[in-house]
Design a protein around this ligand. Sequence first.
Ligand SMILES: C[S@@+](CC[C@H](N)C(=O)[O-])C[C@H]1O[C@@H](n2cnc3c(N)ncnc32)[C@H](O)[C@@H]1O
Length: 321
Amino acid sequence: MARISRKTDVTYESFGINPAEFYKDKFSCGTDFNPAAVTPSFELKLTWEKYTILEKTVGQLVEGRTEPLRVLDFGCGSGTFGKWLLHRFPDQLSIAGIDMSEACAADAKASGYDDALSADFLSGIPFPDKSFDFIWSMDVFGHIEFRHKDAVIADLARITRPGGTQLHGIETADIPYLICDPNDPNDYIRKYVYMDGHIGAETLDDVYQRFAASFEILEAYPWLVCPFIDAGNAIVNCPWPGYEEALCEFDTPGARQLADTMSHRYNVFLREALRASLGPIQTDERIAALIPDGPARAFIMEIYQGGGFSFVLVRRRPSST
Ligand SMILES: C[S@@+](CC[C@H](N)C(=O)[O-])C[C@H]1O[C@@H](n2cnc3c(N)ncnc32)[C@H](O)[C@@H]1O
């Protein structure tokens, strides 16, 4: 098999992966998650904040509504996010899910989703035009091949009512897929793709451009500020020399919990400070336009590198037909 020369050639097939087989059970985590048993210490963990960002967005949308909000969880996995929302906003949501994994769709249905389809959304998202008031995805866009992303975004716009919104939590990183040898089992990009299926990670600037073609962008910001990534991720990726040895010495569930709590605290603090100075759109291009070239800009760019995850909040233009 040849090396990859263009991003549009970065495909599951080029890495010898069959997506249906790969995702069959990979992200199915059953139905054990109990939203009523979430403890304050759990809520302090960094990764839990994905739930609270989603909850805050939905909370604003349901306020004052008399009809349930029509919601789609795009690439729903086992539906733990929706289960949390149903716990927080009982009777205020009608949630549908879609995932190519039958096991995931069954979990989501058992978790209280009104509907959960097992389908490949690349074949066209099987919902009529303007079906939803709100759509979210969490950790899904990094699993979509570059060649399909724009069509998927246009299809997501189609099924959203004009004025409806979407929140996407997206894996954002500049992964050098083009220097990779997809046939070499020791190639580190190949290992990265095989680990979770991240065939289409790209920068926040690229994500912004794609969504801007179909939506009005309300917010676009890196979620994690370097070096405050979650402990589990740091352990897998070992970002600094000597880190692995230190982890072997100190890694315990309690140490991870403390590290995550601190990371969460500093992420919230820094993100709020950055938002106050940069506004809700924080792409590299926007930062470059706002801050003159020099140490302050370099510092901000530096701390936004490496976190690997961003949020975009978008709205379908009210005038769209
Ligand atoms: C990392 S998981 C995230 C699951 C869930 N959103 C969560 O955060 O728990 C990515 C999900 O996208 C689904 N997926 C990937 N490509 C898909 C496709 N073409 N059609 C439907 N589902 C897809 C996978 O089956 C997987 O469950």
